[in-house]
Ligand binder design. Structure first.
Ligand code: CMP
Length: 133
């Protein structure tokens, strides 16, 4: 089914000059970038984006990292875009990341993991609404 998802290239991905590489991975899988912008995320917006993690021990670390530099946010559309994007991005846990996934190729870290991809269709809509009209 054709659907949209939300992708964010996090500050570590921007600092490591991986914007082009990340975009290429989605386009190679026939996912279409329908909107894109570079943003300096405020603390308030980061807390809204990650509100489902508010009670987790890593929340403060995650928010401070998310606002540590510019990020790139994107709306991506294509066949099963939510699920396919998560495969392209790779697992949350470093020891489960497969080579060929973005995180598997570029990050050994749990928090600083290059890219965020929405985990469900509902989250995708909510996250798109935070950053795009
Ligand atoms: P993301 O896919 O953007 O969704 C939530 C983020 O929280 C995740 O990527 C990581 O950056 C971070 N994260 C998830 N689990 C942990 C954890 N156990 N410790 C620290 N950071 C985490």
């Amino acid at each position: 089914m054709i659907e949209e998802t939300f992708i964010m290239i996090k500050p570590d991905g921007v600092k490591k000059r991986l914007i082009g590489e990340v975009i290429k991975r989605f386009e190679m899988k026939q996912l279409e970038i329908v909107d894109l912008k570079m943003v300096d995320i405020t603390r308030e917006t980061a807390e809204k984006l990650y509100e489902m993690h508010e009670t987790k021990v890593f929340f403060d670390r995650l928010i401070n990292f998310t606002i540590s530099g510019p990020a790139v946010v994107m709306r991506i559309r294509g066949e099963d875009a939510v699920m396919n994007s998560r495969v392209i991005v790779g697992d949350t846990y470093p020891d489960k990341r497969l080579p060929g996934s973005i995180r598997g190729d570029f990050s050994p870290f749990l928090t600083e993991n290059i890219v965020h991809a929405s985990s469900s269709k509902e989250d995708a809509q909510r996250e798109i609404n935070i950053f795009f009209e």
